[in-house]
Design a binder for this molecule. Structure first.
Ligand code: NA7
Length: 536
């Protein structure tokens, strides 16, 4: 088919993380003119920006990568069961080189606006330097956790020492050597960071607002023999991911917690507890996620595990969550996190007892004292999922702003498209299947690439879902989330970030059902030749 010569590109992709890189590879295969616009100076997305000490996969390395290329699987050796960030970044660089992707990526290009041009059924993107780019389609590949948020605390810019967010870690890791360090936050990032940096800090003070449930990661090196075995098992591994609830290799126990004799139950949990990775979270009975009694029992099992590791029983109670059950927020996996608190130079400040009043020139003033630091670390999370969309001025048909469209509740069809924002496809958009992210990315990108191919072959120039389809999708997502204890709790997964200027009410940010169900819905739309969409 004739290319759209009056447009710069057929497809523009925002972001060069895993989503953007794989999108580029697939769109190129269609022979279309495509460009990736990336804010950073190099590829990698999440794994480029998050280089804090201790950053690593919580999922088995060999299940949390691209599966589409047998050659890539044959060539790449993982050295640890849970890959550290530097190795993951090297893998992404290797992938980029192998598929010769760099020629079509423009780095240091932060997109500020994306406006749909109704007259030409195209998008016009503008970067922060005022340069413009036009294309028929855009693919947003901006990641779900890419807008770091600083805490809303008075004086946050007053501190005279060094301060940074974990997603903006300075290149020199030795900056903490022997220093007095304060860290705010106890989420997955903070836990990975704390258990690593306490070994180098002079003193480390952890400011905790909400303790989190955790489980041991149990990472080990992968021997060459193990890697050979993993390689043989790749087809089984990916098949297992395909069939499981959220695409991980761990399979949910089909028995009900409350049906099992107590002794048998505890023996089963003990056995799970010894396993590496998310087994402790994903291989328990599913009623732990829905049933308060089952959840309470399992939470108490984990509370006792924490108590056994902390020397000071009063401190142990502070580190045990009291207001939410196990698995109702993302469970960080740890390696020696609790042992850090047994060290005399590591101190926990429970912000419920002594809240932060302000940040000062010297450190943090809590209700009882001023804590002085050389370095302050903000492990305070992200404006998740929709934050990356809010950072760009997306305007659809008639200048309608996406931010405003979503201000009364997120609406999408399949988590991939939005009415009045034609020819825009979202990879890892809200209400899409998250879980094992690379598995979700591969599926979503393939689906989008197939749709663009269909549109090209059928001379379609404008694609968008109807309001009815978006309403139906929302109802479907909502129904799947019914009774999930996680949806009663504040977290980035329920769209709550207390550091945002506009307070959000709890809302569903992800598809709550099983991954095979998600794929079934999207496959059916494709099988109907995309007739669920308005195409012109
Ligand atoms: P999270 O999970 O959002 O954690 C942020 C942490 O920072 C959490 O403990 C927050 O406490 C804390 N926080 C945020 N603002 C404040 C203020 N103002 N005062 C005190 N404490 C604060 O982000 P992460 O980066 O750890 O993890 C994000 C995802 O990355 C994770 O789920 C993995 O999938 C990878 P709160 O719980 O809100 O009380």
């Amino acid at each position: 088919k004739e290319a759209n010569k009056d447009l710069d590109y057929d497809v523009l992709i925002i972001g060069a993380g895993l989503s953007g890189l794989y999108s580029l590879h697939r769109i190129r295969q269609l022979g279309l003119r495509v460009k990736v616009l990336e804010a950073g100076e190099a590829e990698g997305g999440t794994w480029f920006w998050n280089r804090y000490p201790g950053a690593r996969f919580d999922s088995e390395s060999y299940s949390y990568i691209f599966s589409f290329s047998q050659e890539l699987l044959d060539e790449w050796d993982w050295t640890e069961h849970f890959s550290p960030q530097p190795e993951t970044l090297k893998y992404i660089q290797y992938f980029t080189k192998k598929f010769d992707l760099k020629n079509d990526i423009q780095f240091d290009t932060r997109i500020k606006s994306a406006h749909f041009q109704t007259s030409s059924n195209s998008w016009l993107l503008t970067d922060e330097n005022g340069r413009t780019y036009s294309s028929r389609y855009i693919i947003t590949a901006m990641g779900i956790l890419n807008q770091p948020t600083l805490p809303v605390i008075e004086g946050v810019h007053d501190f005279k020492g060094q301060a940074w967010h974990t997603a903006r870690w300075p290149a020199d890791h030795s900056a903490l050597e022997g220093k007095r360090v304060g860290i705010i936050g106890t989420g997955a990032t903070a836990i990975q960071t704390i258990q690593e940096i306490y070994k180098m800090c002079g003193t480390l003070t952890v400011f905790q607002r909400t303790p989190n449930w955790t489980a041991p990661l149990r990472n080990t090196k992968i021997t060459p023999e193990e890697m050979a075995d993993i390689r043989r098992r790749y087809p089984t591994i990916f098949q297992q991911c395909l069939e499981s609830y959220s695409c991980f290799i761990h399979v949910t126990d089909s028995r009900k917690t409350t049906d099992l004799p107590r002794e048998e139950l505890i023996a089963h949990w003990e056995e799970l507890f010894q396993q590496p990775g998310f087994a402790k979270v994903l291989s328990v009975s599913s009623d732990v996620a829905f049933d308060r009694e089952a959840n309470k029992l399992y939470s108490e099992f984990h509370a006792n595990k924490i108590r056994a590791r902390i020397n000071d029983p009063v401190l142990a109670e502070k580190l045990i969550p009291k207001n939410h059950g196990f698995g109702t927020r993302r469970v960080p996996l740890e390696s020696g996190y609790y042992e850090a608190f047994n060290e005399p130079h590591v101190k926990l400040v429970d912000l419920h007892e002594t809240p932060i009043e302000r940040i000062t020139e010297k450190g943090i003033k809590t209700s009882d004292q001023e804590h002085e630091f050389d370095v302050l670390i903000y492990a305070t999370g992200f404006d998740a999922v929709t934050g990356s969309f809010g950072a760009v001025d997306f305007q659809g048909v008639g200048g309608q702003k996406l931010k405003e469209t979503w201000s009364n509740g997120i609406q999408t069809f399949l988590g991939l498209t939005v009415k009045d924002f034609p020819n825009m496809f979202m990879i890892m958009g809200p209400h899409q299947m998250f879980g094992n992210i690379p598995r979700s990315i591969e599926y979503a990108v393939d689906w989008v690439a197939d749709f663009i191919e269909y549109a090209r072959d059928n001379n379609v120039q404008c694609i968008q879902p109807t309001q009815e389809k978006m309403d139906g999708w929302y109802k479907h997502v909502e129904k799947l989330g019914e009774g999930l204890l996680a949806n009663e709790v504040d977290s980035w997964m329920t769209g709550v970030n207390k550091n945002l200027a506009t307070k959000q009410k709890r809302s569903l940010t992800r598809y709550n059902g099983p991954a095979p169900g998600y794929r079934k819905e999207c496959d059916a739309v494709k099988a109907r030749n995309y007739s669920d969409f308005v195409m012109s």
